[in-house]
Design a protein around this ligand. Structure first.
Ligand code: HEM
Length: 289
């Protein structure tokens, strides 16, 4: 059951670029948030979690309805820690009452990736607010304690192949884990407010299981300052993933281009856009100065 996006009525590219700019300015003003990570990581994660509930075989889930404000998705453990991201964006919901939650949350992810220096993400509007949580799809987001076969199966459910899966998880260059949200703790690398291929460069270093009272996670042998989740390490354990980890570590351009396509696809899972709605490519704040 693909959902039909509303044809963007009177709203133009400039209307959306204005919201993009407002979000981007606020991200800039809050660059000290979360120990210097800023809002890049958490906004990217909100966009991903609002979309990654999709099940291609059932046509359920996805970013269309903005279901995370209602039970059951609201109480999905995987979404713990995302309230600050929704709160951050809510002022734009008041300023631009015509934009839907699904459009605002996915646009927030586009802003985060682009303003952190990542690739351009083509984006289309037209998601429509759900009025209750009946179409919510809880327990569909990945469990970080699992192995590579699980990751392959879970992203396969959304319609992604191994290459797209590895590219998407490269977003772990941004932001960090929070003990009080997921139970895991720490950033994946030092440049956690910049979109780079560093996740792959770090992943290829040596990692060991961290001795602590939290869930099983890894620390880098060299400095012990950075972390990997079991599902991150799993990308090194299966050849069908490792191949892409190496390619993206060697070639940031290739990573950017593949990430852009896969992330744009993620944000649109389960949505049919009218052919009249062409993807927008927003300018960064830097490009407008
Ligand atoms: C953070 C798991 C895939 C983007 C996290 C956290 C966990 C996690 C446990 C920490 C949350 C917290 O404590 O605040 C996973 C698993 C994945 C996966 C198990 C797949 C196997 C992805 C994908 C994206 C993504 C596909 C985006 C395309 C992020 C970002 C953060 C994050 C940017 C940092 C959030 C922040 O700074 O607050 N992820 N993730 N993740 N994830 Fe993932």
């Amino acid at each position: 059951a693909t959902l039909n996006a509303a044809a963007a009525s009177s709203k133009t590219f400039n209307d959306y670029q204005a919201i993009y700019n407002d979000i981007a300015e606020k991200v800039r003003e809050n660059d000290e948030y979360d120990g210097g990570a800023g809002y890049f990581g958490i906004l990217t994660r909100l966009a991903w979690h609002s979309s990654g509930t999709y099940d291609a075989s059932k046509g359920s889930g996805g970013s269309f309805g903005g279901n995370m404000v209602f039970a059951p998705e609201q109480y999905d453990g995987a979404n713990a820690g995302l309230a600050p991201a929704r709160d951050f964006l809510s002022e734009f919901q008041y300023k631009y009452p015509w934009i839907s939650r699904g459009d605002l949350w996915t646009l927030g992810g586009v802003v985060a990736v682009q303003e952190a220096g990542g690739p351009k993400i083509p984006w289309r509007p037209g998601r429509v607010n759900a009025t209750d949580g009946k179409k919510g799809a809880p327990n569909t987001l990945p469990d970080a304690s699992r192995d590579g076969k699980y990751v392959k199966g879970l992203f396969g459910r959304m319609g992604f192949n191994e290459q797209e899966t590895v590219a998407l998880i490269g977003a772990h260059c941004l932001g960090k884990c929070h003990k009080n949200a997921s139970g895991y703790e720490g950033p994946w690398g030092p440049s956690f407010n910049m979109f780079t291929n560093d996740f792959f460069n770090y992943l290829l270093k040596d990692w060991q299981v961290k001795q602590w009272d939290g869930p099983k996670q890894y620390e880098d042998v060299e400095t012990k300052l950075f972390m990997m989740l079991p599902t991150d390490i799993a990308l090194k354990e299966e050849n069908y993933f490792l191949k892409w980890v190496k390619i993206y570590a060697d070639d940031e351009k290739k990573f950017f281009s593949d990430f852009s396509k896969a992330f744009a696809k993620l944000l649109e899972l389960g949505i049919q856009f009218p052919s009249s709605v062409k993807p927008f490519e927003f300018k960064t704040l830097d490009e407008q100065e």
